[in-house]
Design a protein around this ligand. Structure first.
Ligand code: URA
Ligand code: CA
Length: 433
């Protein structure tokens, strides 16, 4: 087989066989096929697309390029959740204990990553003592005993995706549905869960700016998962404005605790229930999505979800008293209000720009080497559709410096007040096949 022939084949819109896709991915991972040929292939895929079968084969070729996690020692149906990214997305912190409270094993491998705020692990490290440096044996034991554990990224997972994603980044081929779908699904599949619930975001703060694109990506990922034997479903959700009120690490932990208590922001609760009911259903713990949702509401009402969160923190060395005393979380030195300049209705809170404002405060990493300040961030006091009077606070800035002029300007530039506006629809749809 010669790579140049395979590039020509895809360029001309023909379908690659499984053997051909394996040849490309294995050769690229080993360094036998050069970047320039894989760049050309990525561009050919960008224009010619891939069939559902090719997408599944590409995904599995990337899964097989490195280690995979074996969760077979964990009893029960392991369900993972993945979000395509957004601003102030506190769902994992809520969902993990919420679902585990229904005896569904949550074996979460998580990263730190770049972004407006830290990843799930950074957020959890706002809790004194909490750590994710546990062995795989401890991880399995914790999930079997307690139904919930989080471990840092281990092993050499999907090296082909790492190389290919970096290459796509500099060859204008990131934005391709088959390439995005196989990239995301390869990582989820390598991480070992039996079932996967996807939260595909749409809007300013998302990868997919329109609901149609988000639906197409969701369908592509659901199709891949189901073809390779992992039960997969997706929710398409709004990310035009940040989710919930909190954007920042400690602030989001507090928001997650409020939500587990049944006192969180409406949109965050709604999305957690929409994703959670799919997880419960796929885990086989409910006969319908309605029954699944009722079970989730019950563990919030009874306090079982909050107890599960405490148990999870204790198991991994964390101080569980923060749940009842959130003032023990790292707290910023200054709270600075951003008053509205006019009366009206909040019409827009541009998610990605507001996320960048939080990052400027130090809530997220601009580069891999950046240090995160767990205490800082933003609290939205208004959401799209809310009435506001001049002088009322739109946002509270939690900062460790008094000099927040640039952040304040960014907030003003990205919150629009108009005469009329309505809250956006949060859940745009569900994709099951
Ligand atoms: N996120 C990924 O992991 N891969 C992509 O290709 C795009 C977004
Ligand atoms: Ca939030």
């Amino acid at each position: 087989m010669r790579m140049v022939d395979l590039i020509a084949k895809k360029r001309d819109g023909k379908e690659l066989s499984k053997e051909e896709i394996d040849f490309i991915i294995q050769g690229y991972t080993k360094g036998e096929i050069p970047d320039y040929q894989v760049s050309a292939m990525a561009m050919a895929i960008y224009f010619q697309d891939m069939t559902p079968r090719e997408r599944a084969d590409l995904t599995m070729a990337m899964v097989n390029s490195g280690d995979t996690i074996d969760l077979s020692a964990i009893e029960g149906v392991k369900v993972d959740k993945h979000s395509t990214g957004g601003v102030g997305d506190t769902t994992t912190l809520v969902l993990a204990p919420l679902v585990a409270a229904l005896d569904i094993p949550v074996a979460k491998m998580s990263g730190r990553g770049l972004g407006h705020t830290g990843g799930t692990i950074d957020k959890l490290e706002a809790i004194q003592g909490f750590h994710v440096e546990i062995t795989e044996d401890e991880f399995v034991k914790l999930v079997n005993d307690s139904k919930i554990a989080v471990i840092g990224q281990t092993g050499n997972l999907t090296p082909a995706d790492k190389k290919l994603y970096a290459l796509r980044d500099v060859t204008a081929t990131v934005n391709s549905i088959p390439l995005i779908a196989s990239s995301i699904m390869s990582k989820k599949i390598a991480a070992g869960s039996d079932a996967i619930v996807l939260d595909v975001k749409t809007g300013a703060g998302a990868f997919m700016k329109t609901a149609e694109d988000a639906r197409e990506l969701a369908s592509a990922m659901v199709s891949i998962g189901n073809q390779v034997g992992r039960k997969t479903m997706a929710v398409i959700s709004d990310m035009s404005q940040p989710l919930g009120f909190a954007i920042g690490n400690s602030l989001e932990v507090k928001e997650a605790i409020d939500t587990l208590r049944g006192q969180g922001p409406k949109d965050l609760e709604e999305l957690c229930l929409a994703l959670g009911r799919q997880m419960v259903y796929l885990a086989g713990k409910a006969a319908s999505l309605e029954e699944a949702e009722e079970k989730l509401r019950e563990v919030i009402r009874s306090g079982k979800a909050l107890e599960k969160f405490k148990e999870f923190l204790r198991n991994q060395g964390g101080d569980d008293s923060v749940v009842d005393h959130p003032e023990k979380l790292p707290t910023a030195a200054y709270k600075i209000e951003v008053p509205a300049k006019t009366d009206g209705v909040v019409a827009e809170i541009v998610a990605d720009e507001i996320g960048t404002a939080a990052m400027l405060l130090g809530a997220g990493r601009a580069t891999k080497e950046s240090e995160i300040d767990l205490a800082v961030g933003l609290m939205l006091n208004k959401k799209v559709g809310d009435k506001v009077k001049a002088g009322e606070s739109l946002v509270t800035i939690h900062a460790n410096t008094e000099n927040v002029d640039q952040v304040m300007q960014k907030i003003y530039d990205n919150i629009r007040i108009a005469d009329h506006a309505e809250a956006p629809v949060l859940v745009h749809g569900i994709v099951t096949e």
